[in-house]
Design a protein around this ligand. Structure first.
Ligand SMILES: *[C@@H]1O[C@H](CO)[C@@H](O)[C@H](O)[C@H]1NC(C)=O
Ligand SMILES: *[C@@H]1O[C@H](CO)[C@@H](O)[C@H](O)[C@H]1NC(C)=O
Ligand SMILES: *[C@@H]1O[C@H](CO)[C@@H](O)[C@H](O)[C@H]1NC(C)=O
Length: 426
């Protein structure tokens, strides 16, 4: 096939709702091949704007006169964009002032889909590269033929930080000091999984005397009944062939000194997830194919090694890597350090996955004085950069990358693209 045709076929395969499984990237010399252009949803909430659409790009061979257009349907050369920018640097991110529709989770499907907004790179008025705001409910099983022989540790996996601390609503709720520093996601857990996350960072609170005893928590704040989180995971597993890591990382309220409440929680998890749990005997050195062959798709990590020792249902937790920093530059330095280290470790010697926690961490006084403007503002500062960093610097080392407000990052697209490049040996 001619190179242009291969390129066109590649673009079509990317943009069609029912995509073919991932195929080999052609050995094309097309200068658009290493470029990217995509859409993000800003997490910032104010009386003037929310869910604002942002366009991000990276194109080493951009030319003066190139344009990037935003569309509400699949871009064509003869379609007028609703918003247009003239990129004047190799990479960037631009706010459009356009508010994305609220999409209830019940409107999302278990088939990859574009959600109304599309973006295209135009050169001399012609569409050369395009993308859309999309879901990725089946990416792992779509790439089965190239990922099946790998371990979780080898993959680039998108994850969410504090997955159950979400607020998904179509209304602008006035932010309080509490919500400002508690809410880390604007999709519920099912939405996060449908958008592409496969690693969930779970914190559980136990309230012995309340009608609802188990809560998904952030610190001392109970955010969502834990049963809702569990049901979302089951719904997702019922409808896809994806493998999910449910990593119980913190026990902020009600666990006491002995193991009584831990046993209670594990009994609850085992009862709820009986049909889904992959036993620990498989272990982190299993390949995805081995896990798929078990017929089960849920790995429960648990960050208490005594408790892990007591139950076959619990795996040692993922190693979370925290910079505990308050500035974007410091986060860069920290992530650069851990990703550089990861490259130098012989990969077969490490089996447990690790998660780069790609967010800033406020200190107590930052919260009391509201010095950092809240987690949404902090995430906006970080999220766009995360995408660029993991696309251009740490794409070869990345394992799990857990983010706040997943749609404000391009981490899912980045992970999928680099998994393909990492393992596609044709
Ligand atoms: C890809 O193209 C380059 C430059 O045209 C060539 O040197 C290289 O051998 C090609 N690689 C493959 C795998 O065909
Ligand atoms: C969600 O689905 C309902 C029922 O199919 C439809 O009426 C509505 O327009 C959809 N909303 C969005 C934002 O897509
Ligand atoms: C998942 O599937 C099982 C078996 O078909 C069914 O009993 C259960 O109700 C489903 N759960 C959810 C949350 O969809």
């Amino acid at each position: 096939m001619d190179k242009l045709l291969v390129f066109v076929a590649f673009i079509i395969s990317l943009s069609f709702v029912h995509c073919a499984p991932y195929e080999c990237i052609s050995n094309s010399t097309d200068e658009f091949e290493d470029s990217y252009v995509g859409l993000l949803i800003s997490p910032v909430l104010s009386t003037e704007t929310y869910r604002e659409i942002e366009i991000y790009w990276n194109h080493a061979k951009y030319r003066v006169g190139d344009e990037i257009g935003l569309y509400t349907e699949k871009p064509r050369d003869d379609l007028e964009p609703i918003f247009i920018i003239h990129p004047d640097s190799q990479s960037g991110i631009v706010k459009t002032g356009i508010q994305a529709d609220f999409i209830p989770t019940s409107n999302l499907t278990f088939t990859k889909q574009c959600l109304k907004y599309h973006v295209a790179w135009l050169r001399t008025g012609m569409v050369r590269k395009e993308n859309c705001l999309k879901t990725q409910p089946t990416w792992m099983s779509d790439m089965k033929n190239i990922l099946g022989r790998r371990r979780m540790r080898d993959l680039f996996l998108p994850g969410t930080h504090d997955s159950s601390a979400y607020a998904k609503t179509n209304f602008i709720l006035p932010e309080t000091l509490v919500t400002k520093y508690v809410i880390t996601q604007d999709e519920d857990v099912l939405g996060q999984l449908i958008y592409g996350a496969r690693y969930l960072d779970i914190r559980v609170g136990y309230y012995a005397t309340e009608a609802i005893q188990w809560w998904g928590s952030h610190g001392l704040v109970a955010v969502v009944p834990f049963q809702t989180v569990i049901d979302d995971v089951k719904t997702f597993l019922n409808n896809t062939d994806e493998i999910v890591i449910f990593d119980v990382q913190e026990f902020p309220v009600g666990f006491g000194q002995d193991f009584t409440i831990h046993r209670k929680l594990v009994a609850y998890l085992e009862e709820q997830f009986a049909d889904y749990i992959i036993p620990k005997s498989f272990g982190w050195s299993s390949t995805l194919d081995t896990i798929w062959s078990s017929g089960k798709k849920l790995i429960i990590g648990y960050d208490d090694h005594n408790v892990v020792g007591m139950f076959d249902s619990l795996w040692p937790s993922v190693t979370q890597q925290w910079g505990n920093v308050q500035k974007v530059d410091d986060l860069y330095d920290y992530l650069n350090k851990i990703e550089t280290n990861a490259l130098s470790i012989i990969s077969s010697s490490k089996v447990n996955p690790r998660s780069a926690m790609a967010e800033l961490t406020p200190k107590a006084w930052d919260i009391f004085l509201d010095r950092l403007g809240g987690l949404r503002k902090m995430a906006e500062d970080v999220d766009a950069k995360i995408t660029m960093w993991y696309n251009t610097k740490w794409q070869h080392s990345a394992n799990i990358v857990a983010v706040d407000f997943i749609k404000a990052t391009g981490i899912v697209e980045t992970a999928l693209e680099w998994n393909e490049r990492r393992f596609n040996s044709c």
